[in-house]
Design a protein around this ligand. Structure first.
Ligand code: TTP
Ligand code: MG
Ligand code: MG
Length: 433
């Protein structure tokens, strides 16, 4: 999967991921008009002073890059396809990407319209090792939004970002802690975000072009070349930087949702589906040793109208029985307004670790019994797979449920930050897949 060996070979988990959409604006345009696939496509102003905002990978093989004057791009590719930007459209898709990431990972820092850092160390118990989580995220973005993305992973943010650029397009590259120095050594110093053109020139004058060379020179020489940021740059250069995410930690939550190709019109079927999802969510909670205080039901009608309704308990729980009761009663309240349903989601939020949660004194014997039974079902499911056991009333929903294609209905626009200045390298290599 990656060129850096087994990620499990060291103690420290390379659990900081950087996900960045490939040729984001251009990929959206190609997705929306498949005739553009494989062509040199750019998004940007077509006028005399137009500039390239995004270039598809076929355009890049012709030397076309973001920020290039459109006139130069046209010279490089006479058959260039120029698409005018649809910023609001990209913003909505960006919000969908971030929402999708938030379904899996609680710690996210969005740093531009198409990229985010994710700290997946806490998500491991639920979703597996960083590479499995990265695979899951990339697959879901591909399946649900029809777009390619790349992920880099490391113990450090800086290295994760460098790795995602090396993985592009459509790749994954996880750098295990023990292989960090080896990964960085041959790369040009310009991939370090603290090194601008001036510092690069100064280093070049003393014969330093790669990160490996940078690490060899005396600190005094480095300080002369790059100024007071030398220690910080050195930390980035040897991968010892441990800056955490710029904490915009979101509420921990987990959930599941499904979109149907054809509307659900039978209330009994919706109810079965919701019940099944509540069971799934409860099982995920128990697998991660979490309990929840809040369960959220999301419903979307065919015209895009979306409602979310939540219900909160005093005592946290991971009981499927309790989740089912609540979401079903939320559904009963809404069903007269939602006669046709396109999407159903169930989510548990405000998660807390189960360990240390006081035993619920008000638990009835029946509820406690349910929890024991559910724990036994979890064990059986783990041994025999997800279809070996289920409560009779929910099996048919599982069989009938399908994941629909990319949801055509835009979510209400969530604002996303503008594009920051970036000084990373342009990707040159294919990732490991
Ligand atoms: P980037 O992630 O920098 O670039 P990209 O997604 O087009 O390509 P890749 O990540 O595969 O290298 O930027 C995301 C979007 O931001 C990009 O599609 C268009 C917009 N953008 C601009 O409008 N102007 C710019 O100068 C850059 C770099 C990007
Ligand atoms: Mg991008
Ligand atoms: Mg980006």
């Amino acid at each position: 999967m990656d060129e850096c060996g087994d990620a499990g070979s060291t103690q420290e988990i390379p659990g900081i991921l950087h996900l960045d959409m490939d040729a984001f604006f251009a990929s959206v345009e190609v997705r929306d008009d498949p005739r553009l696939r494989g062509l040199p496509v750019v998004v940007g102003g077509a006028g005399a002073r137009g500039v390239v905002a995004a270039a598809s990978y076929p355009a890049r093989t012709r030397g076309i890059r973001s920020a290039m004057p459109m006139a130069s791009a046209r010279r490089l590719a006479p058959d260039l396809v120029i698409v005018p930007p649809r910023i609001e459209h990209y913003r909505r898709i960006s919000a969908r990407v971030m929402e999708l990431l938030g379904d899996v990972v609680a710690d996210i820092e969005q740093i531009s319209v198409d990229e985010a850092f994710l700290d997946v160390r806490g998500a491991r118990r639920l979703f597996g090792a960083p590479e499995q989580i990265a695979d899951l995220l990339r697959r879901r973005i591909r399946e649900e939004l029809g777009l390619p993305s790349s992920v880099g992973g490391s113990v450090s943010r800086a290295v994760a970002k460098i790795a995602s650029a090396r993985a592009k397009p459509d790749g994954l590259l996880i750098v295990p802690a023990a292989r960090t120095a080896e990964f960085l050594a041959p790369l040009p110093v310009s991939v370090i975000s603290g090194i601008g053109p001036k510092a690069q020139e100064a280093l070049d004058r003393i014969g330093v072009r790669t990160i490996g060379q940078l690490r060899e020179i005396p600190r005094s020489a480095l300080a002369r070349a790059v100024g007071p940021r030398a220690p910080e740059i050195l930390a980035l250069a040897d991968g010892s930087d441990r800056t955490g995410l710029g904490h915009r930690t979101r509420d921990k939550s987990l959930g599941t949702e499904r979109t149907w190709d054809e509307d659900l019109t039978d209330p009994a079927e919706v109810r079965r589906c919701i019940t099944q999802m509540a069971d799934d969510v409860a099982r995920q909670l128990r697998r991660g040793d979490f309990v929840t205080r809040t369960v959220v039901l999301k419903l979307r009608a065919p015209d895009g109208t979306t409602i979310t309704r939540s219900s909160t308990w005093d005592q946290p729980t991971s009981s499927g029985e309790r989740l089912r009761e609540q979401v079903v009663s939320l559904w009963e309240r809404e069903r007269s307004r939602m006669r046709r349903v396109r999407l159903v989601g169930v989510r548990a939020s405000h998660l807390e670790p189960a360990a240390g949660t006081p035993v619920q004194s008000e638990l009835t014997a029946r509820a406690a019994g349910w929890q024991d039974l559910e724990a036994a079902m979890d064990r059986a499911l783990e041994r025999f797979g997800t279809h070996s056991l289920g409560r009779g009333s929910t099996l048919s929903a599982a069989d009938g449920a399908q994941r629909g294609p990319a949801d055509p209905v835009p979510d209400p626009a969530a604002s996303s930050p503008g594009h920051p200045a970036e000084d990373g390298p342009h990707p040159r290599e294919r990732g490991g897949r």
